[in-house]
Design a protein around this ligand. Structure first.
Ligand SMILES: Cc1cc2nc3c(=O)[nH]c(=O)nc-3n(C[C@H](O)[C@H](O)[C@H](O)COP(=O)(O)O)c2cc1C
Length: 166
């Protein structure tokens, strides 16, 4: 028997992760969402993947524009992460009013001040149910300034950061 939606959610709450804003552009139209489902995929060729809800605007723009930006967030970006998750009451079109964004070579918007940003073209999109696995060819990597890393993380419904063990 299949597990319930609640069992799925209960389990996934314990699968903590780094928080990213995944972006896309189709011409002049930008879209983006907050996502923890982002993973390094292949070193040769350089690829990553992001799992994106097929019902949303971002998926639409990723599919049409074939561009993908991945911005790894720091703790200072908590409010921005909430905005791109639709948690602050702002509409989708206002998302990019927060933060300082520039257009990467692929056309996707990247965030100035991210821990690191990846500019990708879309290699392939695999239907996986409610979400799609979007595989990106990494065309450029922009590593943020500064040595201190304070990644924004999400676990059990809470925002936090990485704590090294001593
Ligand atoms: C911490 C966190 C992680 C999330 N991770 C993902 C994810 O990996 N993929 C996804 O499609 N949505 C994820 N979401 C939900 C989207 O951010 C949210 O549904 C967003 O409003 C969708 O925007 P869209 O309508 O432009 O697609 C996450 C939300 C939060 C708060």
């Amino acid at each position: 028997m299949a597990i319930s939606k609640d069992q799925f959610k209960q389990g996934m709450r314990r699968l903590g992760g780094a928080v990213n804003i995944v972006t896309a552009a189709d011409g002049e139209v930008w879209a983006g969402l907050t996502a923890t489902a982002v993973t390094s995929l292949s070193a040769e060729p350089p690829r990553l993947l992001a799992c994106i809800n097929r019902q949303g605007v971002t998926y639409d723009i990723v599919s049409k524009g074939r561009t993908l930006g991945v911005n790894v967030l720091g703790t200072a970006h908590k409010a921005l992460a909430m905005r791109f998750a639709g948690m602050d009451g702002e509409g989708e079109t206002e998302r990019f009013d927060g933060g300082n964004w520039f257009t990467a070579k692929s056309g996707a918007p990247l965030l100035t001040g991210a821990l690191v940003s990846f500019d990708c073209t879309v290699e392939s999109i695999l239907d996986a149910g409610s979400h799609a696995i979007v595989i990106g060819n990494i065309e450029a990597v922009k590593v943020g300034a500064g040595d201190t890393l304070d990644p924004l993380c999400y676990l059990d419904g809470e925002w936090g950061t990485f704590q090294p063990l001593v």
